[in-house]
Write a protein that binds this ligand. Structure first.
Ligand code: AMP
Ligand code: MG
Length: 342
């Protein structure tokens, strides 16, 4: 199959919508990462997503809608908290887990009786959903296990010849996948950190249960609420090792262990400390949004086969840094050293 490259002109958005309606796959730009979209109500189309990505069948997809009123079409019950979150954060990088209606096929929800729903903050993608007249089921548009795609070029690299089209909407602003909050239990539960930080959610919801998938490592056979959280994820071919601690201590530790073929992934402020080691900065520590936006692109850049180990610096603190830290820890398989104690 030839993968068509589309822009965000009205004509191209109509082409994208027609492909979705006819059961094809289209990569769509969103503010989080690029999604690999299909008609979320068409089981045969949704199956193609799993095949193109090599995605495990027990990992459900998020249903993308163009307006919050569509919540009523796909969710059986809507707690008042869901409406409050939609009013506050949509369109935006928040996915809500809610009881699913029968019209959503099992393959989309991986057989669960809940569905993840999101209204993305990307005008072109909301227009495609509106024109298609169906919700778009979409996971991130990367090959399963690899860093997510935050540009159309990344998608082309992973999906060329496997999908019908890619809509190029430029680089993704947030750069990490959506915050996922489960509203089906007795208390709201954070399943995955994302562009909306836990503090912002708590300001609307009150205290939030933080699922252990957010901070800790999870065994492959564990029963988890967000099935996607247990898989090896976001991993370049090179081994990633997180070096925590003060700037000076981390630089000393890296210098003591650096070998030919290793690479340094750091904050922009730290570039002078690694000047002779050809470092890559993924953003500025003083600007957390730049770190989330730049992380996956940097991991992909270092995934060219020539790098054996990546020594990575990881941000501390709340907000979107919680998500950046979660993705980086997963890409490192939770290999972390503390240079202050080493
Ligand atoms: P991706 O967009 O590629 O990150 O994949 C979607 C994520 O949403 C995965 O981590 C899924 O486990 C999660 N997800 C989707 N639907 C549900 C659901 N009904 N319950 C819990 N997690 C979900
Ligand atoms: Mg993904």
């Amino acid at each position: 199959m030839t993968t068509q490259l589309l822009t965000t002109t009205e004509q191209d958005l109509n082409i994208a919508a027609a492909i979705i309606r006819s059961g094809g796959l289209v990569a769509i730009p969103t503010e989080t990462v690029y999604g690999l979209g299909a008609n979320g109500l068409d089981p045969a189309a949704v199956k193609k997503i799993f095949e193109a990505k090599g995605r495990p069948q027990d990992n459900p997809l998020i249903l993308h809608i163009h307006h919050k009123r569509q919540l009523y079409d796909f969710c059986r019950e809507l707690p008042e908290t869901a409406l409050r979150l939609a009013d506050t954060f949509w369109p935006g990088p928040l996915t809500m887990i809610l009881p699913v209606r029968d019209c959503v096929p099992k393959v989309t929800t991986a057989g669960l009786d809940t569905v993840g729903v999101r209204c993305p903050a990307n005008d072109a993608t909301r227009e495609i959903i509106r024109l298609a007249g169906v919700p778009i089921a979409a996971p991130s548009a990367n090959s399963s296990g690899k860093p997510s795609t935050t540009t159309a070029e990344h998608v082309l690299h992973d999906m060329n010849g496997k999908i019908d089209a890619i809509v190029d909407g430029g680089p993704c602003r947030v750069g990490v996948e959506s915050t996922i909050v489960d509203l089906t239990g007795p208390r709201p539960r954070l399943l995955r950190p994302g562009g909306i930080g836990p503090e912002a959610l708590e300001a609307v919801l009150g205290p939030l249960v933080i699922d252990r998938a957010v901070t800790g490592e999870i065994a492959a056979d564990a029963v988890v609420r967000a099935p996607g959280m247990k898989y090896k994820h976001y991993a370049p071919a090179a081994e990633v090792l997180i070096v925590e601690g003060s700037r000076q201590a981390a630089a000393a530790w890296v210098r003591a262990h650096f070998q030919p073929g290793d690479a340094v992934l750091c904050f922009r402020e730290e570039l002078p400390l690694y000047e002779d080691l050809n470092p890559t900065a993924y953003g500025a520590e003083a600007d957390p949004a730049s770190l989330s936006a730049g992380l996956f692109a940097a991991l992909r850049k270092l995934d060219d086969g020539s790098v054996t180990r990546i020594f990575a610096r990881c941000p501390t603190g709340g907000g979107v840094n919680v998500a950046t830290r979660n993705r980086l820890r997963k890409s490192a398989g939770f290999h972390i050293v503390n240079a202050n104690e080493a």
